[in-house]
Design a protein around this ligand. Structure first.
Ligand code: SF4
Length: 353
């Protein structure tokens, strides 16, 4: 750990370390890559949302799972948790505006319209991990799956092999970037606006191959084509990597696009002296710059996720002081069953099982 912390943080850091020692393998802290360095230094597992959901599913000995991430991630861990395991989120203010853009009632309404308009056709619902537990359960119940930015292409291919069309929630941009990468023509990508006043016609619906829910991550939508071009001009030798939640023009102008795990591995493996500009959440970019001082790691522009930033050493310590009782994340049996089916389908398809 080489960040400068204030005295309160330093004492929380040491106390958390001691509590972890006391609980041993009964306690696991999962840290998303957008968390601050000092939090990841205390995490037993750190990764993107796919890796962490797999880690959560594999915890056989841990009774307590503390999720340093946002609410939908802790919900996914609760869906996959074994009986008796307790999942806690250090701050209930750590939500995700994008996850909240797909509400179950709107999704069910859209689903009924599409399935009524396409009798005899198989529509596979896929939801991005960044969605609420009831949307994951909806997908599981209708033969679909979850995906993350690291496996979206695999899940789209799986869905098109097993069905006629995909309904993808809630991130339009990840859906477009994945569809573009798979060569699905633009006129077959149907943008579904849940706030449109009039109904879509059966003719509109029948021409689509992929329905894209109109949702977005404000942190990644902030990046523009101009930001990428300005970075290219200022740093002509830089390799530019953009997260697939960015707009398609940003992806088209970047050198690579990939999940947080892809970005981390790229930086780790890049030769000394490399210049790498990254279009994703800036806490992660700043952390990579500290961890790899022999490379120049810069943000394409600074865009922070205020929700991820809600997790602090202080509230992790408070959670551990109230282990098993503070901010416990639970899901109903129904959501556990169907959400679990959707998450396990993702894990199986991704691992080639
Ligand atoms: S970075 Fe975007 S998708 Fe991730 S938690 Fe923040 S708002 Fe949600």
């Amino acid at each position: 750990m080489d960040l400068i912390m204030n005295n309160t943080d330093l004492s929380s850091f040491e106390e958390i370390k001691n509590i972890k020692k006391q609980y041993g393998e009964k306690l696991v802290i999962l840290g998303h890559l957008y968390q601050r360095k000092e939090i990841l230094d205390l995490s037993d597992y750190k990764g993107d949302s796919f890796a962490l959901s797999k880690n959560a599913a594999e915890q056989k000995n841990a009774k307590h799972i503390i999720f340093a991430g946002v609410h939908f991630m802790a919900e996914s861990a609760a869906i996959l948790a074994q009986s008796g395991q307790i999942v806690q989120l250090p701050s209930m203010n750590a939500g995700c505006p994008m996850a909240d853009m797909a509400e179950l009632a709107d999704v069910e309404h859209a689903w009924n319209m599409v399935t009524d308009a396409l009798p005899g056709q198989t529509i596979i619902p896929i939801t991005y991990m960044n969605s609420t537990a009831d949307i994951k359960a909806f997908c599981g119940k209708h033969g679909g799956a979850v995906c993350t930015s690291s496996n979206a292409e695999k899940l789209f291919k799986w869905a098109l092999k097993n069905g006629d069309k995909i309904f993808f929630f809630p991130d339009e941009y990840l859906g477009r970037n994945t569809s573009n990468a798979l060569g699905i023509p633009r006129d077959k990508q149907f943008l579904w606006n849940p706030h449109k006043n009039e109904e879509y016609s059966a003719k509109d619906i029948s021409s689509a191959q992929v329905f894209l829910w109109r949702g977005y991550c404000h942190v990644h939508r902030f990046f523009s084509e101009e930001h990428v071009k300005e970075t290219r001009t200022a740093y002509p030798d830089a390799v530019i990597i953009a997260h697939p939640e960015c707009r398609e023009q940003v992806i088209a102008n970047a050198d690579y696009s990939g999940s947080t795990s892809f970005i981390s591995k790229y930086v780790e493996n890049a030769p000394k002296g490399s210049v790498i500009a990254i279009a994703t959440e800036v806490t992660m970019v700043d952390r990579l710059a500290v961890e790899y001082p022999d490379k120049k790691i810069i943000p394409v522009t600074r865009s922070i996720c205020p929700d991820m930033f809600q997790i602090t050493l202080k509230n992790i310590k408070e959670t551990l002081d109230n282990i098993g009782s503070r901010n416990v994340i639970t899901v109903s049996d129904e959501i556990k069953k169907f959400g679990g089916m959707a998450l396990r389908t993702m894990i199986n398809v991704t691992m080639g099982n």
